[in-house]
Design a protein around this ligand. Sequence first.
Ligand SMILES: [Zn+2]
Length: 466
Amino acid sequence: MSIRTLIRGGLVITAADELHADVLIEDGRVAALAAHGSAAAEAWTADRTIDASGKYVIPGGVDAHTHMELPFGGTSASDTFETGTRAAAWGGTTTIVDFAVQSVGHSLREGLDTWYAKADGNCAVDYAFHMILSDVNEGTLKEMDLLVGEGVTSFKLFMAYPGVFYSDDGQILRAMQRGASNGGLIMMHAENGIAIDVLVEQALARGETDPRHHGEVRKVLLEAEATHRAIQLARVAGAPLYVVHVSAEEAVAELAAARDKGLPVFGETCPQYLFLSTDNLAEPDFQGAKYVCSTPLRPREHQAALWRGLRTNDLQVVSTDHCPFCFRGQKELGRGDFSKIPNGLPGVENRMDLLHQAVLDGHISRRRWIEIACATPARMFGLYPQKGTIAPGSDADIVLYDPHAEQVISAETHHMNVDYSAYEGKRITGRVDTVLSRGELVIEQREFTGRAGHGAFIPRSTCQYL
Ligand SMILES: [Zn+2]
């Protein structure tokens, strides 16, 4: 039985347009849009009509960088696929692209199957996977082709974390060459981890153990250097490149210079780099540990360059790098040694709201909000137009957003499974009201009506910017 749903009277905002239109949904997909009040729209009948007057009708968010239940630093990210995707829905995100992990000495297949099993039957919204390559060798290079064939079309490499995820330049070059031939997009964590580890050791030897030293040893120059090196390796391989969690002005400059040459180089930043800074890392009583992530938070001055990059399209995507660890019992593992603080921040629930606030603050336009949070991540990772827009044939992943509601972000009221908020006390204008995932209501007027297991694995095509 197919249910016809009609969303009436809202302002439909996509990356391309803003129009007062009614949206007809059938079989979980957008069937048609028509001008509000037009004869066509008035003639539509539906089993269910949702009144969107006074609200924005926007595509569900696509968060292309999450780490649900990721094992890291002797513990695991505190959100499971169940709790993390539920929180995503609350925050207006209806698709996540999470990272399956290959462990050193194991196949990609084994890693991917482990992640399929973690997510299967547990997700409230749809999900897809990137693959983290920890061990580039003949076998795993061949496996990349197979993964592209089953819809896992992007591969993350690390220039950081020697001994864990680290790949050397030769391995990176090989993976990029493989990606250039099979269509897989290489995603890069661009920090010079070999040099950083020396600085970590020296800092600890000097007795500099507080969280703020995490930010000091992971230097801007070592992000910029790695970004530059990754770009040159990609040029040599003839491959496109996507740099994750760009945080430093100097790294943005490397991306901008490459793009000015016409190279297929892309950059992502995250809300924490746009809204937080080293001031947070320096909070007393070990509170700074809440803000330990890599790349690290930077001095406030870098934020202007990130906003500018988002406006000029030198940066194209805002993802969260959602990787929550509770302050108690998890972040505390690094008391007395900042290098043992699990790296990561919660944020999957906050991204759409923070970026809406950025619209009100004058950093970006409304359509750019949808572009960087929905449409571009969908295109970048081969999900468009199934995800990331509202158009006939698209999945009916739709958010009714109240642009006038006031809220205060707090761990008391958020839905992520973590005991603190990185944005505690921040006032936001705008709030998610209702969320549909493939035509099913998962949030209805601020009530969770979804269920674990509704969310499906979405195989992806290759990057749509190439
Ligand atoms: Zn990450």
